[in-house]
Design a protein. Sequence first.
Length: 310
Amino acid sequence: MPVAALLGDIRHGLQTAGIDTPGHDARLLVADSLAVEGSDLRMAEILDLTVAQMLERAQADSPRTVGDVRNDLTVLAARVSRRIRREPLQYIVGHTCFRYIDVQVGDGVFIPRPETETVVQAGIDMLQEAGVTAPRIVDLCAGSGIIGLSLGKEIPGSRIWAVEMSREASVWTLKNRDALVASGDISPERYRLTLADATDADTLAELNGTIDLVISNPPYIPESEVPQQPEVADWDPDVALYGGSRDGLRIPTEIIRRAFSFLHPGGALVMEHDISQAETLCASALETGFTHARTGADLTGRPRFLVARL
């Protein structure tokens, strides 16, 4: 089959299923399943190559047998069926990109979103403004570990204590930590995971008053606003989505209070939130005792995270 026809058939099936980005998803599924680059797909389309011809060109140094290719196409067909049933693309391929790391994800863990990359950058900016080069960081509601692990990779002198309540999610946190340890990007003693409630005053209480940065992407979706996308509503774990109250503010407010205890004078909190919660959470931070509080915007200009200084 020509590569262009294969992509077209998959794209049509995904579009019929109501998927917003059928072309993107089709390309990623084909590239990942057949172990080729996106550029290989594009060149195959331009040259009107068959799948076999593309693989021969792309993998000339390590050719695969006809049986190998058939197995890969069987995997591809199964993955397309899963995507048509609206299983998240990231779960199907088992990984996604976040800033400078490749993150393993799967059932039971919240899928990283691009807007959280701006939260990490805000944390880095706050540390640089304070002139802290070897920061002590607490990552609350760690999920897959993307925030704390990104900070560990990008700030070589940092030490990170991560907290996650879900055992299912913590499996992925540890997988991603172990991958970065194996690549030499972090060391085990620089990233510690605690399985506990991030809002509990006893969690990591020995660190109170010693932390430079608390950073968090807590559950914050209002319980009155159930997501419409099946990929979110049916697959992302509820414990990672909903903020514990009708307005979604209960858990974020408790994170602010816990962060206040962790930080030393001059320390900072950066916390992602819903676009409807900016004013309330800024006020909550000031009432808790932070001296400065403001809202940061994501890449689309929406009010997306709280930045507060002690």
